[in-house]
Structures are given as C-alpha cells and as structure tokens.
Design a protein around this ligand. Structure first.
Ligand code: ACO
Ligand code: OAA
Length: 377
C-alpha cells in the first residue's frame, strides 16, 4: 500500500526527470537545455529555439536552414480541416476550435499510429506549422475574410502574422512576436505539459497528447490567464475606474487577479521582464500608453499588497493588444508557441517511457460499506 500522500496540487513534487527545461523559482531563472531565457530572447528566434528544445543543442547554420525549411514546408492543411473550420459556429472560441481541429489532424496524418522517435519528430514539424495556420485561418473565416496562403519565404512568426492579417508585418511586430514565441515555448512540468506527458505515457499518439494539452492550457489558472488579464483591463477602462481601487475591491471580494502568482516562481518571472519591456516599447511607438500604464499601476499595487509578481500572462495581454491581436486569440497563440515544448516532452516521454499512474488517498466511506438493495433505500 502507498504511504506517502503528496501535497494538494502536487506542489513541490518532482514527478519525472527531463533534460529539456530547468527553472530556479527562487532566483527567477528559466533555461531551455541549460541556456538562459534572457539570452534566447535577445539572440535566438523561434525556429532555433524549437530546434534546441527538440534536439538538445543549438543548430549550426546548415542545420538551422534545413530546420526552418522543413517547418515552412509543413505549412499545409488537408482541405477537410479547412472544411471543418468553415463548419464550426463562428461564435465558437478559437481555443475550442483549435482543440477540435488538432484532434482531427491525426486522421490526416500518415504517421498517426507510429510513435517512434523519427515519426514523432516528423509529426512535431507538422503540428507546429499547422497549429499556427489553424489559429490564423479560423480567425479569417469567422470574420468573413479570405484565407491567406502561407508565405514560405517568411519566418514562423512573420508567416503567422501575415496569415492572420493579410499584411506583411513590420520588423518590430515580427521581432516582438518572435520573442513572445521564444518566451512561451516551454516551461518544465506545467499543467498542460504534464497532461501531455500523462497521455503520451499510455503510448497514445502525439496528436492525442497535444489535444489534451490544449484542453489543459485553456483554463484561466494556466494559459487562459492572458485573456482574463486583458478582459480585466478592458472592464476597468470601460467603467472608467481607478485600476488600484478596482483591484483593491477584488482583493476584498477574495478574487484572484489574473496574470499574478506562480506555483514555481517566488520572484519575478523572467519572461515577464521581456514582455513588460515590449509592452512599454509598443506603447511608446504607438502613442497609446493606456494599457501599459494601467498594467504598471496594478502590478505595483499587487506587489505591495500581496507580494505577488506578474507572471508571463500579465504583460503578454497588453503586448498582444498593442500588436492588434484579438483577445480570444491570446491563449491559442500560447499554443502556437508551446507546441514546441509539448512536442519535446512527448518525444522525451516516448523515448524512455513508463506509464504514469499515481495513487489517490482514499477519503470516502469506510470499506466495506453495505450494498443496500434498491427496494430498501
Ligand atoms: C502560464 C501560466 O500558467 S502562469 C499562471 C497563470 N494563472 C494566473 O495568472 C491565474 C492567477 N494566479 C493563480 O491563480 C495562482 O497564482 C496560480 C494558479 C498561478 C498558482 O497557484 P498556487 O501555487 O496553487 O497558489 P494558490 O492559488 O494556492 O495561492 C496561494 C495564495 O496566494 C493567493 N494568490 C495566488 N495568486 C493570486 C492572484 N493572482 N491574485 C490574488 N491572490 C492570489 C491565493 O489566494 C492564496 O492565498 P491564501 O493562502 O490566503 O488562500
Ligand atoms: O509552469 C507553470 O506552472 C505555468 C507556466 O508558467 C507556463 O506553463 O508557462
């Protein structure tokens, strides 16, 4: 019989070993394959970072060129997936649609049943390219706009913005978005990645694991917090309220403030540092300081009152808004990036698998409870 009862929410429990991502939550350090996130945010791009996550080291020039070409070549969707995107209600949330479409992708993937290392890598290329396309194409369809064909000369970040808006993105927009993709690409055993690994550990295919991960990311305690953050900023603005007074009231009502707090970080989330800076820069260049200033006031107040730090979701909200992106695309965009990490974890899980099956502490009626016949109840 098991004797150890893990703390609620498995806080502090080390549930697997992994060589992908290392976090020091007290020092505010995040690294992919040992390389500091600040260095990656400054010097890398999404393609190179994804190579690093999947293959464990930085690529040389030729490897990066080949990788980028392979990712770009994977920008293809079966027409049946486009039919699906046209057939769902336009009022459906893009996150619901993404979850369903990724599940459907498996039916059009030649490697579906093959969970070998090589097949997983091939499917990871396709999923990474296709998730970005699905998010952009559904947004066009629901707005009654024409679908934009992928541009194979563009980077992953630039192509996403191109397919979303139909306009070639500026260098600033592309770089900002690329950095956001790098920052969100992996985060150790967060809830959606854990979900993906649990599914993969049954030797289910990568599409099943990623579909489950998208479901986990959707919740407001996880990836859904970026949308909830922006909805809070909009609500405060609409009511013409002082942000500090609004948040003070939320605290009095024992409500949580989206975009703050973290299970692992007890100091600044290193990703928030970059997103705060990008939000400020975009605000200055656009001449619209409203969202940034409101965010700063809330951040200072939450820190002062509750000693809680902004997490990755807080400043991504204003950053994406300043890039002209709709609020309900924020969490799908998280998936556009996080597929890199999810795929790395599924590959790692399948490469050295054991079923993940913990125990529960039983707190129900004592055994043996009587079975009372229906007529006597
Ligand atoms: C990409 C990501 O997933 S990043 C996280 C995104 N999620 C959010 O931003 C949602 C808001 N934040 C939260 O709900 C939490 O901080 C989580 C879920 C991220 C981490 O949760 P946990 O480690 O389980 O901490 P828990 O929820 O138990 O909070 C501990 C205490 O801090 C308080 N607290 C934590 N976060 C917040 C918050 N955002 N606002 C107000 N109070 C908070 C809790 O109310 C609790 O207080 P109590 O002990 O007086 O009851
Ligand atoms: O690690 C976590 O619990 C949540 C998080 O920040 C992420 O998934 O990026």
């Amino acid at each position: 019989m098991p004797t150890v009862v893990a703390p609620k929410g498995l806080e502090g429990i080390v549930a697997t070993s992994s060589s992908i991502c290392w976090i020091d939550g007290d020092a505010g350090v995040l690294s992919y394959r040992g390389i500091d996130i600040h260095e990656l945010a400054q010097r890398s791009n999404f393609e190179e970072t994804t190579y690093l996550l999947w293959f464990g080291r930085l690529p040389n020039q030729q490897e990066l060129a080949d990788f980028s070409a392979q990712l770009s070549a994977a920008r293809q969707l079966d027409p049946k997936i486009i039919d699906l995107l046209r057939s769902v209600p336009t009022a459906a949330s893009p996150m619901q649609v993404l979850r369903t479409a990724v599940s459907m992708l498996s039916m059009y993937d030649a490697d579906e049943a093959d969970c070998s290392h090589d097949a997983n890598v091939r499917k990871s290329f396709r999923l990474t390219a296709q998730i970005a396309m699905i998010v952009a194409i559904f947004d066009r369809i629901r707005k009654g706009k024409q679908i934009i064909e992928a541009d194979h000369t563009l980077s992953h970040a630039a192509n996403f913005l191109w397919m979303l808006t139909g306009e070639k993105p500026s260098e600033t927009a592309t770089r900002t978005f690329d950095i956001a993709l790098i920052l969100h690409a992996d985060h150790e055993l967060n809830a959606s990645t854990f979900a993906a690994r649990v599914i993969a550990a049954t030797l289910a295919d990568i599409h099943s694991a990623i579909t489950g991960a998208i479901g986990a990311l959707k919740g407001p305690l996880h990836g859904g917090a970026n949308e909830a953050t922006m909805r809070l900023l909009y609500a405060i603005d609409k009511a013409g309220e002082d942000p500090v007074e609004h948040v003070r009231r939320m605290f009095a009502e024992k409500k949580k403030i989206s975009g703050f707090g973290h299970r692992v970080y007890h100091t600044e989330d290193p990703r928030a540092t970059h997103l705060r800076r990008m939000s400020e820069e975009l605000s200055k260049t656009s001449g619209n300081m409203k969202w940034f200033e409101m965010s700063r006031k809330i951040e200072n107040f939450v820190k002062q009152e509750k000693k809680l730090n902004a997490n990755v979701d807080f400043y991504s909200a204003s950053t994406y808004t300043l890039l002209g992106i709709d609020i309900d695309l924020f969490t799908p965009i998280f998936a556009v990036s996080r597929i890199a990490g999810w795929a790395a974890h599924v590959i790692e899980q399948h490469d050295d698998n054991r079923l993940i099956r913990p125990r529960a502490e039983y707190v129900g009626p004592a055994y043996p409870a009587p079975y009372v016949p229906l007529a006597s109840r």
